[in-house]
Every structure is written in structure tokens, then in C-alpha cells.
Design a protein around this ligand. Structure first.
Ligand code: ZN
Ligand code: ZN
Length: 446
């Protein structure tokens, strides 16, 4: 028996449209199902109420561009979803519960290190904001995020790509066949966090047996070797065989087993769009598994009557994939700007499409190579919606003195050499100091 926390935040006043798959009803049927099953009467289950995250808590994980004020009015539901994750995560770390399940929306795992709008239904990254809160407030050093949503969690990967102390693992339907089209085995982390990102793209049609095989034979050994203090599960329920957005074949029972195998300290709801046919049963099975109760009787109303990929067919694919993953070597480009502090800076360009808002972001990412810490991050970003240029300077948790100084030098440079069209966010995770500079608007602390 486990003391399990549960928190509902259905966000009834946040909507992308009545017929949109990510809609208000997503949690209603789950709530009814849990009441009906008497889950909330179990002595070990404790219900919590949501709280709102502060901008400070959000900015510690993500840069809101062109400035935090630009998102005013559209952030409330997202801040409550993130705050809900924080609330239950803190209850876990304080020892009030053994584990917990955050049943909140909107989801978050497509939202990355820089944010201009909504993509893949996500504006703020609930798990990332939670993880950095626990590191800042409780001094937790090593955390693993295991993302079992059917979509690759490209936002979470982006936020922790350079961070050797956060191990990001994602299992998802192959990006060649599904949004957002990323999450391949060669994406293994930045130069200071190489091999601290693990992507396992699975073929459409994968079912319970295949999924559990991957967990037991690949994910769990890697998790054990990393030895995290906490495991966060980005729990997306869209691998279910009735989900309208994807093509996998997991059952509610299969999800219960995933939870039993992973033993997450916290599960945070991500996607899942089979609102009546899957979500109530998948969430019930997960909750029972968390609480140490039998989940095997949980059955979704619809029968699985489409072909499931056989383990015999999946195994050769996985063997090949594992070899590709293990033999994939880093290839980084060094590129310094004239004003960069000394060091070896690794450059990578990228573009981010915000499908919900129809925006295109162009990014130039630089990371200071370092053998002692996660390294200073410098990102230049611009977006099709705005003439403004935005810059993120990150001094990471546990920064070494040189990387800390490199961050201050960059920050200082822009206070003397930038125009009113440029905004700079100093994301100082080391000192938990978050400030935005713009020549016209001056200095603002969050
Ligand atoms: Zn998803
Ligand atoms: Zn360093």
C-alpha cells in the first residue's frame, strides 16, 4: 500500500475549441470513473487542491519571449497546471505522500526552453517547471523524466538537453509517422550532457507486450544506472488503441503495468484524446498501480480488435535501434561570437513551429563546453510574429565559477550593447535570480 496523492485541475475555462481533441471534457469522465470506483475513499489516497505557479517558477525553466508580459491573460490555466505539478511534487519530496498523480490540463511536454506561443496544445512545460522548482527549493540533484506519451516530448528534451543531472527518456511512436517528427536515437544530449537523453521511437502498432519489453530491457537498466533521486513520469495516455491521434495499441491494463514497472514518484498527465473510451480506464489503472492496489480488473469498454505488432517482429527492430543508439557519436560545431567570454562554444541552429498559433521561431543556440558543469547557455531567438529579438542567458544549476562568470559577462555585455528591440532574460538557476533587460523598459526582476 502506498500513500498516493491525487490532484485534479480540469481547466474548464481554457479551451482551444469545442471540437478540439484537447478539450475540457478530458478529465470529466476520469473524475466520474474514480468516484464510481470509490478510489477517493481508499485510506491511502489523499486529494490535493491546485495552486498557481508564479512567473518566477516558470521562468526558471523557460524563457517567455519577447517578454513575460506578452503572455499575460493567456497563461492562467497553464500556470495552474504547472503549479499543480509543483504542489504534488513538493508533497512527495516532503514525505507527505509516497507518490502522486497530477491530473491537470493543459499538457506541457511540447513547450521548450523558449516560448513564443502554444504548440502541440502546450504553452508551459509542467514537468520542467516542477523539476527546476525541486532542484532550486529542495536541493535535489538528479532527476529522471520518463515520457510515456505517444508523441516525442521535444519541449522537455529541449529544456534539459544540456543538463547532465536530468535524464530525459522518451518512448514514443516513430517521429517519421507522427507529430512532432523528432525523437530519434541520435538525439542523445548536448556536449556537456551526452547520453543523458534517450529516445526510443517505436513502430506504429506496438502493444502492451512490446512496450513492457522495451521498459524492462532498455529503459529500466538505464534508469538504474543513472540512480535518480526522483522519477517523474510524463504520463500521456495517447498510446491507447482507441486514441484518435496516434496508432499504438496499449490497453488500460498495459498502462497499469507500465506504472508498476517504472514506479514513478510522480505521474503528470500529458496527452490522451480518447476521452470516454480510454482516459477514465487508463487513469484508473495508473492510479491503482500507484496506490499499490490491483489494477488487473480495469477494462476499457471497447475490445482491441486490430492487429498488434508481435514481439517477434519488434525484437529485431529494437536490436538494430539499440546498436544505432549506442554507436551514434557526437558531432558538434564550434562557433564563437566576438563578444563571447573565453571558452569553446558549441553552436546549433534550430527552428520551432508553433502549430496552434501558426508562428515560426528561429533559434541560434550556443553552449559553453565544460567538463565541470552543465555549461552556460546562450540562445538568440526571433519569431515571425514580432520584430523583436530575444536572448536567453542561462547560468545552470551547480555552475562552475567559469561558467557562472561567462553568464554574467554576457548579461553585462547586453546591458551596454543592445537596443530597445532586444530583450534579454538572465536565467540564473545557480542563484535563483531571474531578470529581464530591455533598453526601453529597463531592468525587471521576476
Ligand atoms: Zn501526446
Ligand atoms: Zn562549467
Amino acid at each position: 500500500m502506498k500513500r498516493t496523492g491525487i490532484l485534479f485541475f480540469p481547466a474548464f475555462d481554457w479551451s482551444l475549441g469545442d471540437s478540439h481533441p484537447e478539450r475540457e471534457e478530458r478529465l470529466l469522465y476520469t473524475q466520474e470513473q474514480l468516484f464510481e470506483e470509490g478510489i477517493l475513499d481508499l485510506p491511502q489516497v489523499k486529494q490535493f487542491s491546485p495552486r498557481i505557479a508564479s512567473l518566477h517558477e516558470a521562468l526558471r525553466a523557460q524563457a517567455l519571449f519577447p517578454n513575460p508580459e506578452a503572455h499575460k491573460g493567456s497563461l492562467d490555466a497553464h500556470l495552474i497546471a504547472a503549479g499543480s505539478a509543483i504542489l504534488l511534487g513538493e508533497a512527495r519530496v516532503r514525505g507527505d505522500i509516497d507518490n502522486g498523480f497530477v491530473l491537470a490540463r493543459p499538457p506541457g511536454h511540447h513547450s521548450g526552453a523558449t516560448v513564443w506561443g502554444n504548440r502541440g496544445f502546450c504553452t508551459l512545460n509542467n514537468e520542467a517547471i516542477l523539476v527546476n522548482q525541486l532542484r532550486a527549493r529542495f536541493g535535489i540533484k538528479k532527476i529522471a523524466i520518463v515520457d510515456t506519451d505517444v508523441h516525442h516530448g521535444d519541449g522537455t528534451q529541449d529544456i534539459f538537453y544540456h543538463d547532465p543531472n536530468v535524464f530525459y527518456i522518451s518512448l514514443h511512436q516513430d517521429g517519421r509517422t507522427l507529430y512532432p517528427g523528432s525523437g530519434f536515437v541520435k538525439e542523445k544530449g548536448g556536449p556537456n550532457a551526452w547520453n543523458q537523453t534517450l529516445n526510443i521511437p517505436l513502430p506504429p502498432g506496438t502493444g502492451d507486450e512490446g512496450y513492457h519489453y522495451v521498459l524492462e530491457n532498455w529503459v529500466l537498466p538505464r534508469l538504474q544506472a543513472f540512480a535518480p533521486e526522483l522519477i517523474i513520469n510524463s504520463a500521456g495516455q495517447d498510446n491507447h488503441f482507441t486514441d484518435p491521434l496516434a496508432s499504438m495499441n496499449l490497453t488500460a491494463n498495459g498502462y497499469g503495468r507500465i506504472t508498476e514497472l517504472l514506479k514513478p514518484d510522480l505521474a503528470v498527465l500529458e496527452g490522451g484524446y480518447s476521452i470516454e473510451g480510454a482516459l477514465p480506464y487508463v487513469n484508473l489503472a495508473i492510479l491503482l498501480a500507484l496506490a499499490g492496489e490491483d489494477y488487473h480488473h480495469v477494462r476499457e469498454p471497447q475490445k482491441l480488435d486490430r492487429p498488434v505488432l508481435k514481439l517477434g517482429e519488434l525484437k529485431p527492430y529494437l536490436d538494430e535501434l539499440k546498436i544505432q543508439q549506442q554507436t551514434s557519436k557526437p558531432s558538434f560545431i564550434t562557433q564563437n561570437k566576438a563578444f563571447f567570454p573565453k571558452g569553446n562554444w558549441i553552436y546549433s541552429p534550430r527552428s520551432v513551429y508553433y502549430d496552434t498559433d501558426g508562428l515560426e521561431e528561429t533559434r541560434h543556440d550556443y553552449i559553453r563546453q565544460c567538463n565541470h558543469c552543465a555549461g552556460t547557455v546562450y540562445i538568440e531567438s526571433s519569431c515571425s510574429s514580432s520584430p523583436k529579438k530575444s536572448i536567453l542567458v542561462r547560468i545552470p544549476f551547480q555552475a562552475c565559477p567559469e561558467c557562472e562568470q561567462a553568464g554574467y559577462d554576457l548579461w553585462d555585455h547586453f546591458q551596454h550593447h543592445s537596443d530597445g528591440n532586444t530583450s534579454v532574460l538572465l536565467q540564473n538557476q545557480l542563484n535563483d535570480n531571474l531578470e529581464v533587460w530591455n533598453r526601453k523598459e529597463g531592468l525587471r526582476e521576476f
